[in-house]
Design a protein around this ligand. Structure first.
Ligand code: ZN
Ligand code: ZN
Length: 227
């Protein structure tokens, strides 16, 4: 689905991947394990080829965003970019923390076979991102460090296109019900709330999230209301 000119949302198992189709192709996130075929089919439906994907930006390290990263890296020419705080889990410097947090921790034990099955295969990280970095996509895509959901969660903001990708720093699991990061999966809720406040100060109309439909009008006001 085209959410803005040259920006497509691809949804599989309730998780969104975004394709930015300019002269070169960029993916934002990669969905669960097993999503590569669906993503590459969408690329081909636009009359483009997988080899044209030169960059994959990861908003954070969770398995629903990195599940197909290794496979997509193998099938495309993409370099992989993510924030340094989440890159540590990929390089093995830090052990991947349990997915369920706080009161929900027992679910890590109960659901371990499923979590093991969904676990992403390791992939190399080529570009380490930091707050304030700027990528060339969409007339300049600014990296905004929005920690809380994970330590290295980022949002990607195009001032020129008044569009932002927030990963799981905001979500919309029920139609019309915008929320901040979900407590069940979030590393630090206080930090997550601060990150949503940070987002509310930016000038954007279109909000693209890891889960739920994109908000294509008046998105900033909706985030301000959430704050
Ligand atoms: Zn997440
Ligand atoms: Zn997610």
């Amino acid at each position: 689905m085209e959410v803005a000119p040259q920006v497509y949302q691809i949804t599989r198992m309730m998780c969104n991947v975004f394709l930015v189709a300019e002269e070169e192709l960029t993916l934002i996130d990669t969905g669960w394990r097993g999503s590569a075929r669906r993503i590459l089919d969408s690329v081909q439906k636009l009359g483009r080829s997988p080899e044209e994907i030169t960059l994959i930006i990861i908003t954070h390290h969770h398995p629903d965003h990195t599940g197909s990263l290794a496979e997509l890296k193998r099938l495309t020419n993409a370099k992989v970019a993510l924030h340094k705080a989440d890159a540590q889990y990929f390089t093995g410097k830090l052990k991947e923390p349990p997915l369920f947090k706080g009161w929900y921790r027992p679910l890590n034990l109960l659901l371990w076979p499923i979590l093991l099955f969904l676990r992403p295969k390791p992939a190399d990280v080529d570009i380490i991102l930091e707050d304030g970095d700027e990528l060339p996509e969409l007339g300049g895509l600014r990296v905004i460090h929005t920690p809380g959901h994970t330590p290295g969660s980022i949002s990607l903001f195009s001032p020129k296109r008044r569009l932002i990708f927030t990963g799981d720093t905001t979500a919309c699991f029920l139609p019309g019900r915008l929320s901040g990061p979900l407590r069940i999966f979030s590393f630090d809720m206080a930090q997550g709330r601060e990150s949503v406040e940070k987002l509310a100060q930016l000038e954007f109309d279109i909000l693209c999230m890891g889960h739920g439909s994109a908000v294509t009008q008046g998105a900033r006001e909706k985030v301000q209301k959430l704050v």
